[in-house]
Write a protein that binds this ligand. Structure first.
Ligand SMILES: CSCCC(=O)C(=O)COP(=O)(O)O
Ligand code: MG
Length: 261
């Protein structure tokens, strides 16, 4: 088995979710279709609720920023014309969400609504999150060795907690010391990793970030974070240069902690 030694200065392991702890297929084939199939009904049911209106406001703000993009779908402000007005707005939100999802956009606005929609599916037991078989045993071992484990995903913190709280391995939320999402910044921006280190109370070089996306690895590395790229079934392929440049692992069990036996 290939072994990658974790630098002695690492005290925190920061994990991506999709493509790292969890198969991309689970997100693409189960979570995303659930949103596309149910978004209209969800909006119709929850439209009058404060949380739903906050989600719509955030999506509208994002739509304004996206106005210059090809195919962008605007979300009109309410004109106060009753039921027809609400139905038009709901349709615009549905179209906007479907457009963003067709591009797999990672905007905070989209991720917030998705998280709220998944809540019902997870808490009713209709969906259970999948984790690769090596994830839970490795995380337990790291924690026993005194390593803190944090999550940094484009999925909202609320959605992350749903996944870890309702998984095929049971409720594994207690294995995580904390969560970060794009509210701290985007994963392809190095400043996000500096802010995460500040928030945890460590230096960036105390962190090892595991991700499937080399753009994220590169941003983290620029901030002096240690990185390893995770190669899982179903992940996007890497170029030969990327394969040579990055430390690669195919399972968390390939990480060797000098402090553990
Ligand atoms: C954590 S919720 C579902 C995943 C999701 O919506 C997503 O965009 C995953 O992105 P990641 O940064 O974990 O690759
Ligand atoms: Mg990922």
């Amino acid at each position: 088995m290939v072994v990658l030694s974790v630098p002695a200065e690492v005290t925190v392991i920061l994990l991506d979710i999709e493509g790292t702890t969890t198969p991309i297929a689970f997100v693409k084939d189960i979570l995303f279709p659930y949103v596309k199939e149910n978004v209209k009904e969800y909006l119709q049911t929850h439209w009058e609720e404060e949380e739903c209106q906050q989600d719509v406001s955030l999506l509208r703000k994002q739509a304004e920023e996206d106005a210059h993009l090809e195919g962008a779908v605007p979300i009109p402000a309410a004109s106060g014309n009753g039921v027809d007005d609400a139905q038009q707005m709901i349709q615009a939100v549905v179209d906007n969400v479907c457009w963003q999802m067709s591009l797999d956009r990672k905007t905070t606005a989209l991720k917030q609504l998705q998280g709220h929609m998944w809540r019902a599916a997870f808490t009713a037991g209709r969906v259970k999150a999948e984790f690769f078989a090596d994830v839970v045993p490795a995380v337990r071992k790291w924690r026993e060795a005194g390593i803190k484990v944090y999550i940094y995903s484009s999925g909202s913190v609320e959605a992350q907690k749903l996944l870890f709280g309702h998984s095929t391995e049971g409720d594994i939320l207690e294995l995580v010391d904390g969560h970060f999402d794009t509210k701290i910044g985007h994963k392809v921006e190095s400043e996000s990793y500096r802010k995460i280190a500040d928030s945890i109370g460590c230096s960036t070089n105390n962190i090892l970030f595991l991700t499937d996306v080399t753009l994220e690895a590169s941003a983290a590395e620029e901030a002096n974070v240690h990185v390893a790229v995770v190669v899982r079934p179903g992940n996007a392929g890497l170029t030969d240069d990327e394969k040579t440049y990055y430390s690669l692992i195919t399972s968390f069990s390939e990480l060797y902690l000098p402090s553990s036996t």
